[in-house]
Write a protein that binds this ligand. Structure first.
Ligand code: PRT
Ligand code: ZN
Length: 283
């Protein structure tokens, strides 16, 4: 039986639960329980604080875990990074008071910087040969400059709204993060094969996100032009229609390109365009 550690509550919890569910793994979402057994896959879910997940996996308390790459890098535990999962995206950045003059990372020499990620910051500064005073604080890092505790901060940024609200300006993006599947470095064969299954399911889900399945009727003589609009596609599905000279074309289109492509297809004479959600892309 495989044991997976996920965040008990917080930003990654919902996406983790959704990923497990889409992968056909149903667990009771009871937040009070520490461990829950899935009904349809030999897996147990261990609910932890995200900070504890790298260590739990390194120690073998859990075989695998889902956690932000920021925590993996900060905790520097012996774990294997198996795959990125496409959610929980953020960066860890250096930020300074909005009006301060900034002329590059050397600005931080001799300055006090508040952060919850001292190790990642230490590594960054040491690569650049910068000596600064790193103050580790657990939360509310963004208020440190305003209360005179620090000259700058090193913290997670996603939209940037929190920085703006606190009169700060992002000056260096140091680390890019997203949620990832990590594993204990030495696992027995049986667990490794369960992990392969899990990875296969996760990959199908992650790859299908942001994709749409599009069906349309198209004059037969425009097929080549339509296919040329979709350079990444290996082989489109083309089915004959009862109406002479027409066919039905099925393609997968990235969501961010959807409207542009649909407009181009319409110009080629496409009709009856249907856009469907894509649940899984199994390769
Ligand atoms: O209780 P536990 O220890 O498990 O949770 P936590 O409070 O330590 O972490 P949580 O739930 O806040 O975040 C979990 C993980 O989500 C992080 O480790 C990151 O990998 C990821 N993540 C993605 C984020 C953000 N986006 C994010 N925006 N984590 C935190 N933030 C915070 C950030 O600290 C700052 O306060 O959101 C604010 C900035 O957001 P913007 O949008 O205003 O820039
Ligand atoms: Zn945490």
């Amino acid at each position: 039986m495989l044991r997976i550690a996920i965040q008990a509550k917080g930003r990654l919890n919902e996406d983790c639960m959704a990923l497990l569910k889409d992968a056909g793994i149903n667990v009771a979402a009871s937040k009070r329980k520490l461990v829950a057994r899935a009904s349809d896959f030999p897996i147990e879910v261990l609910y932890l604080r995200d900070d504890d997940i790298p260590q739990a996996v390194a120690m073998g308390v859990a075989d695998v875990g889902i956690v932000g790459l920021n925590e993996v890098a900060e905790k520097n535990q012996n774990v294997r990074k198996l795959m990125r999962l496409g959610f929980g995206g953020c960066r860890i950045s250096l930020a300074i008071p909005r009006d301060a003059h900034y002329d590059g990372p050397a600005w931080f020499s001799g300055k006090r910087i508040a952060t919850s990620y001292p190790h990642i910051l230490e590594r960054y500064f040491s690569e650049l040969g910068i000596k600064a005073h790193i103050h580790e604080i657990a939360g509310s890092v963004e208020i440190a400059p305003a209360v005179g505790m620090a000259d700058g901060i090193f913290d997670i940024v996603s939209s940037g709204g929190t920085l703006v609200q606190n009169g700060l300006r992002e000056v260096e993006q140091v680390f890019h993060s997203e949620a990832a599947l990590i594993a204990h470095p030495n696992l027995e064969a049986e667990k490794l094969s369960a992990i392969e299954k899990l990875k296969f399911r996760f990959r199908s889900i992650v790859e299908s996100r942001g994709m749409k399945y599009v069906l349309m009727n198209l004059p037969h003589n425009r097929i080549d032009e339509a296919v040329a609009l979709m350079p990444g596609m290996r082989s489109p599905t083309i089915l004959p229609l009862a109406a002479e000279g027409w066919c039905s074309l099925h393609v997968v289109i990235r969501e961010d390109e959807l409207w542009e492509k649909v407009e181009q297809l319409k110009q080629l004479g496409a009709e009856g365009i249907l856009v469907l959600a894509l649940e899984n892309m199994i390769r």
